[in-house]
Design a binder for this molecule. Sequence first.
Ligand code: 4AD
Ligand code: MG
Length: 440
Amino acid sequence: MIKKTETEKEEHYTSIADALRQGSGRVAVRGWVYRERGSNEMKFIVLRDSSNVIQCVLKKEKFTKQWADIDKIRIESSLEIWGEIKKDERAPTGYEIVADKITIVHIAEEFPINKDLNEELLGDRRHLWLRSRKMTAILKIRSTVFHAIREYFESKKFYEFHSPFLIPGGAEDGPTMFEVNYFKKKMYLAQTWQLYAESAIFSLEKIFTIAPSFRAEESKTSRHLTEYWHAEMEIAWAGLKEIMNYAEELVKHVIKRVIDNNKEELKILERDVKKLEPSLKKSFPRVTYDEVLKELKSRHRMEVAWGKDLRTIEEEKFMSLHDTPVFVTHYPKDTMAFYKPRDPKNPKVALCFDMLGPEGNGEIIGGSERDMDVEDMKKSLKAKGEKIEDYSYYFDTRRYGNIPHGGFGMGTERLIKWICGLESIKDAIAFPRTQGRMIP
Ligand code: 4AD
Ligand code: MG
């Protein structure tokens, strides 16, 4: 049974952060027990809410009638506490509430998360682990990131546009699609909004979205999820340079917002903010795939055969000399998705880019101009075993007032992983989905 709460009305209640700011006088706070210890005479409770934690002290002499219940309070029990707040250097956040009234809303059962849980068990208890200070900090930063992405695109007069998630065919590589039984017909979960976005720019010209994308990734890496949140943009009348400018400004804007709004959270995560600052101040270098190969050879004695995709180890070696993201452009056309156009100046390469993140974070953004040559696209699709009929709606976009256009997609969890300095992308999202993780 849950006790009727008394602080339901907002005016009776102060967030812990506000109580700390108030610093003296009477306060009423509510939340969950983060830590507790006590003796026969006193109980110390560190209470947490979404804003912060604060130590509360309850003296038995003031609570003689309730003491038996107070004695049962365990980690994650929910409480409302009234009292005087005062400075106390020894308390975790520098203040303490001397309580004179308490409502025990719910006495928690023994909390199944303790210090010696391994990653797998924490994954199983993810729904409870979200309450940790680490996850709370990450989720707050994630919220800032999503706000900032939207804020950036809106400030540049982009419309928000939505594409279907159940789609008849692919855009990126076929084998990484999830199949869905759609009334006994085969459909797939979308890997990208892109092909639909390309239809919509003829109506709206500048569009963006933030939506889930799905990839049947079998690789167990610290950078791959099977469901991730994809921030994508598509723009009419634009070429590669302009598209890269948007990508760079977007990343700078998001980092700035997080540094400004989430100082406390970055501190909780022990993130060295100095590592992010160069990305605000410097422009991101732009180098071609060919130049990367040359540099790998001359500086790192790594030989990559022309035409091969860059592997993680090569990207990391190359990025080790950079403290900001770097655009790598003009990858070999043959390894690329069908919609990336040949560079008219060098038909062996495509007008495309990846933005690689520093600190070993790999590709954060992928983008390109879009091919205008329908025959060339059909050839690429056929070579990949795709059914051309499934794409006829797409080729229609090239038949009625075709224009140069392009766009990019950013993995929001990849960006959050970098900004927060996380070891695994799994911590950049509340309930990660990977090949081995479906529950909770
Ligand atoms: O490079 P990708 O495959 O590009 C596209 O999907 C384009 N259609 C985007 C566009 O131009 N509109 O994916 C874009 C980004 C990658 O740079 C990466 O950050 C992220 O999506 N991404 C993943 N993030 C988490 N887990 C995965 N399995 C991801 N696969 C791609
Ligand atoms: Mg890519």
